[in-house]
Unconditional design. Sequence first.
Length: 202
Amino acid sequence: MMKAKTNALESLRALIAERQQYEQWIATLESKREGTPPHVFERVNGDYNTRLQRVMTDIRGHAEELQLSISTLSSRLIEVAREEDTRRDALQEAELRATVGEYDQQQWEQLKIDAERGLEKIAGDRAGLDNQLTELRSIQKLSGVGSTGSVDDVAAATQDSAAAGGDALASQATGAEHQAASQTRSLQTEEPQPQAPAPEAR
């Protein structure tokens, strides 16, 4: 399965290189238009454009497969990140239990060693997946068949949005405090109005 994917990516890289070659030839050919008999120019230009269109069709044929690979890797990265968080939480929990005396020093040391080994392996898996995803997105960008946002970009966008929302709430709260303080000062400085004397009873 992996060999088939590797071969497909190699084929796509070759197609992209071929496309770039034809585009370069067409651009160079355009600079030679003057001084070239029109029928000769059109024949060569037509040949290059026909080849370019064929390559573009082949590249688009890989679009679905490429996008599927990117989506699969993105989902796997999310799973690995969650697993890493779970293991870190478990390590902190074990440390807390050791601190209160549930585990002796030897038990805690063994738990710590096992947990750190697991985290090291997960970090390696995550780095490998991230490198593969970066490569696929680079190929996708070069192929011109579309692209999607990364897991980290989505996370960054979410964090930015949350931060913006928090700033807005803080600003609203500050405004409300200032308004309340202003009202309090107004009430404190406002002098009581004299009351009219009550009419005498007859």
